[in-house]
Write a protein that binds this ligand. Structure first.
Ligand code: SAM
Length: 291
């Protein structure tokens, strides 16, 4: 049974009286090459643990379970659980967690699996993400310090473009700086909207986010760094002098002095700042707060 074939998906829907839910972002993959791009693009090996977000009827889970030592698939939809139990019954290395991924303590799951000896290698997170919570899922994993080597996930092309954007481009924003601070970002492939059931309105993109062992900049205070980024991009059409006024209670003169001290012109906008410049700015704010 090829789970990516439209006829198989239709047969499963009919036999389980299952209806695809738009609100849960259920757009299923119908092209095997996309499955290969995600599973092989992640670099998963035979000793590794895969954590899959949103398995649907198990199309990626099935392919990952053929390669990895162990696969944990996290699915929110009650109606998909009996389907997954059926479609994945021939694998003895798959565990389904029936839960909202945003409520799962993934590091505890990884620690549990490691101590049970179910894998000895790396942890690779993958999935065709539900589009309505792509950013909370990715930022949640990164901010909680997920104990994984990489995150290889499909998302709307527009969100992927924002994540991988460079300074000076229209797509560059707080999400770009935040994800690039935690990860090395690579695009694995572009995916046409034609290969999903049902067909979404927009094309998709698969990104591989490899968690950095060493961050690209040294920070005195991570929270201040993120507050400067949010403040700067919160009003992205304003100059830095204006958009940063009010961040951590700073007045305009304080902002002017800080920008001057790190050689950043106050008439620039946040979208022109590199991650190194944001770090210099945040560190100057941190230094000033010491006095
Ligand atoms: N992996 C399948 C595929 O590629 O064909 C399905 C991908 S579909 C885009 C997204 C999946 O995420 C659906 O199965 C949906 O039910 C599930 N999902 C949606 N919200 C979720 C949440 N908060 N936690 C866990 N799974 C969720």
């Amino acid at each position: 049974m090829n789970l990516y074939e439209k006829s198989t998906i239709e047969a499963i829907k009919a036999s389980h009286n299952f209806k695809l839910s738009k609100s849960l972002g259920q757009n299923f993959i119908t092209d095997y090459s996309v499955i290969e791009d995600i599973v092989y693009g992640s670099g998963v090996g035979s000793d590794d643990l895969v954590i899959e977000i949103g398995p649907g009827i198990g199309v990626l889970t099935d392919a990952a379970a053929d390669v990895a030592a162990r696969v944990i698939a996290i699915e929110i939809d009650d109606k998909l659980i009996p389907i997954l139990n059926e479609t994945l019954a021939h694998h003895d290395n798959v565990r389904i967690i029936h839960e909202d991924v945003l409520n799962v303590d993934i590091n505890s799951v990884i620690a549990e699996e490691r101590s049970a000896g179910s894998f000895g290698g790396d942890v690779k997170i993958m999935g065709n993400l539900p589009y309505y919570i792509t950013t909370p899922i990715i930022m949640g994993l990164l901010e909680k310090g997920v104990d994984a080597e990489s995150i290889t996930v499909m998302m709307q092309k527009e969100v992927a473009d924002r994540i991988k954007a460079k300074p000076g481009s229209k797509a560059y924003g707080a999400l770009s700086v935040a994800v690039q601070y935690y990860c090395n970002v690579e695009q694995v492939c572009l995916v046409s909207k034609e290969v999903f059931l049902p067909k979404p309105k927009v094309d998709s993109s698969v990104l591989k986010l490899t968690l950095r062992e060493n961050k690209p900049v040294k920070l005195i205070d991570e929270q201040i760094f993120f507050e400067c980024i949010r403040g700067g991009f919160g009003q992205r059409r304003k100059t830095l002098l204006n958009s940063l006024t009010g961040v951590r209670g700073m007045g305009k003169d304080q902002v002017r002095n800080i920008l001057e001290s790190v050689g950043i012109d106050g008439i620039r906008r946040a979208e022109t700042l590199t991650i190194e410049e944001f770090a210099a700015l945040a560190n100057a704010v941190s230094e000033q707060e010491k006095f």
